[in-house]
Design a protein around this ligand. Structure first.
Ligand SMILES: Cc1cc2nc3c(=O)[nH]c(=O)nc-3n(C[C@H](O)[C@H](O)[C@H](O)COP(=O)(O)OP(=O)(O)OC[C@H]3O[C@@H](n4cnc5c(N)ncnc54)[C@H](O)[C@@H]3O)c2cc1C
Ligand code: SF4
Length: 461
């Protein structure tokens, strides 16, 4: 260990831009055994590891780095798969620079340990070697219903099944995974990786009921009557509006509609052809992870030009720096310090441009972010054949919540007891984006895990 002075930080190989923009395959390779071991060997095994504390799941990072450095894959696989329901997913798509790697002691000039990539390697190599996470089978007479199969629901199912509790999961879509499947594009997360975990859970006893919306195809009350507890993980995917004139034009689209349609196309399912943007000028409004996914998807779909308009500067973008850099490499044009004022329409009511005004960033406000001031007389236009709005998400609030005494807060988030994850109705638990607002896969996974532990404690006492 402690080889950081002689070994530099190395990221896994990235596919060349000319190749990777032709398809939706993942752009990073997975580390081979030698590279994973050499990179793990850089770890200094801090007494008080900041990486572990910054990881929402408190993964045993220094311990599995040591095991990989010593080429003990089996133990690393066990350590990694215990607190995390799907480490190979988080290893790929966590914003590492803001979480574990950001707080790595070596991130002071030496270069943080490549924690995420090593985490991915452990599970990929472990699966290849035939290792599997342990499940005991259904060993109790307790039954839990889960609404929503996103990372929160999948994580809750993982830890309930590990306690021997029977789980039935209800999902509106035609396949499981939530935003892992129909939000995050394949170039960040191959859909086979998600399906592999779902299959493992089905092998462990999960009953998956697809194409079924609770509140429409089956009532919440029916589920409550036939189960000992319930977990709600319905996410937050209602696109926020910018309230711009012209936003209702038929060629102005919400980010989720676009990303879901293109994923359906990639699954070779039927999809709405209005989302074919080949040879069109695409303007994306927003600067978060979803905006980066939209611009990179449009590039792969053969758009003539792709411009991202963001009202602050590069430094203040909310999304992952890594994904911004990948977008730049892939040929996306960024116009920073540009606040959209109006979608300009032609005589037929079709969007033809976005009118924006330049902004300056001033002193920091109460939220810690620099205040934005518009520069008078600096209006300009960016031509657009289609516009994608990517300004964040609010929860969809199903009517069954209020009808069953489950309280929501002022922005629609489900109110829970943050220690037990129980909602204001006994026996009904919730977590993920429907409680936090749009956040991260790793925090949804944490909520699912903690809710499951709380449910198990209550049912098996
Ligand atoms: C485009 C995009 C890219 C992202 N990229 C990243 C990233 O790189 N890294 C990261 O950490 N996070 C990323 N995120 C955020 C992350 O995906 C979410 O925080 C996470 O998926 C939330 O998990 P969840 O289980 O709470 O909800 P979701 O993943 O939204 O899953 C909710 C599920 O519930 C189902 N559902 C809803 N209502 C019902 C009902 N009534 N009956 C049955 N089923 C129902 C939905 O169909 C859905 O499948 C991204 C988000 C988006 C939109
Ligand atoms: S789950 Fe995310 S934050 Fe935690 S170790 Fe893995 S990549 Fe880092």
């Amino acid at each position: 260990m402690k080889e950081y002075l002689t070994t530099e930080r190395m990221d896994p190989n990235k596919r060349l831009v000319v190749e990777r923009t032709k398809d939706f395959g993942e752009i990073y390779d997975v580390f081979n055994v030698a590279d994973a071991s050499t990179q793990s060997d850089r770890c200094i095994q801090c007494g008080d590891p900041f990486c572990l504390n910054k990881c929402p799941l408190h993964n045993y990072i220094p311990q599995w780095l040591k095991s990989i450095a010593e080429k003990d894959l089996e133990f690393a696989f066990k350590l990694s798969n215990e607190p995390s329901p799907f480490p190979e997913v988080m290893g790929r798509i966590c914003p590492h620079d803001r979480l574990c790697e950001g707080d790595c002691t070596l991130n002071d000039g030496h270069g943080a340990i490549t924690i995420g990539s090593i985490e991915t390697h452990i599970t990929e190599a472990g699966f290849k070697a035939g290792y599997k996470p342990d499940f005991p089978g259904i060993t109790t007479d307790k039954k839990v219903a889960i609404i929503g199969s996103g990372p929160a629901g999948l994580s809750a199912a993982t830890y309930l099944l590990r306690s021997g509790i029977a789980v039935t999961m209800y999902e509106s879509a035609d396949r499981a995974g939530g935003l892992l499947t129909y939000g995050i594009p394949g170039f960040k997360l191959d859909k086979k990786i998600v399906q592999r975990r779902v299959s493992l859970l089905e092998d462990a006893g999960l009953k998956l009921v697809l194409n079924t919306t609770v509140g429409k195809d089956i009532t919440f009350e029916e589920l409550a009557d036939t189960h000992d507890a319930m977990f709600i993980g319905v996410g937050a995917t209602k696109g926020k509006s910018a309230c711009l004139a012209g936003e209702k034009a038929t060629n102005v689209y919400a980010a989720m509609g676009y990303l879901t349609a293109i994923q359906k196309k990639n699954f070779k399912l039927s999809y709405d052809k209005k989302y074919d943007f080949k040879d069109l000028n695409v303007v994306v409004i927003g600067g978060g992870d979803t905006a980066m996914d939209c611009v990179r998807t449009a590039k792969r779909e053969g758009a003539k030009s792709v411009t991202c308009l963001y009202r602050r500067d590069e430094k203040n973008m909310p999304g992952s720096k890594k994904e911004y850099k990948n977008s730049v490499e892939e040929g996306v044009d960024f116009t920073f310090l540009a606040s959209p004022k109006e979608i300009v329409l032609d005589d037929n009511g079709q969007a033809i441009a976005v009118e924006a005004v330049k902004t300056n960033l001033g002193i920091k406000g109460d939220d810690g972010r620099q205040k934005m001031e518009e520069v008078k007389g600096s209006e300009f236009r960016v031509n657009a054949d289609v516009v994608i709005m990517s300004l964040g998400f609010d929860p969809v609030v199903p009517s069954f919540l209020a009808e069953n005494g489950i309280e929501t807060n002022s922005w629609g988030g489900i109110v829970i007891n943050e220690e037990t994850y129980e909602t204001t109705t006994t026996g009904i638990y919730a977590g993920g984006d429907c409680f936090r607002g749009a956040d991260l896969v790793v925090t949804a996974a944490l909520d699912g895990r903690e809710a499951a532990r709380s449910i198990s404690k209550s049912l098996l006492k």
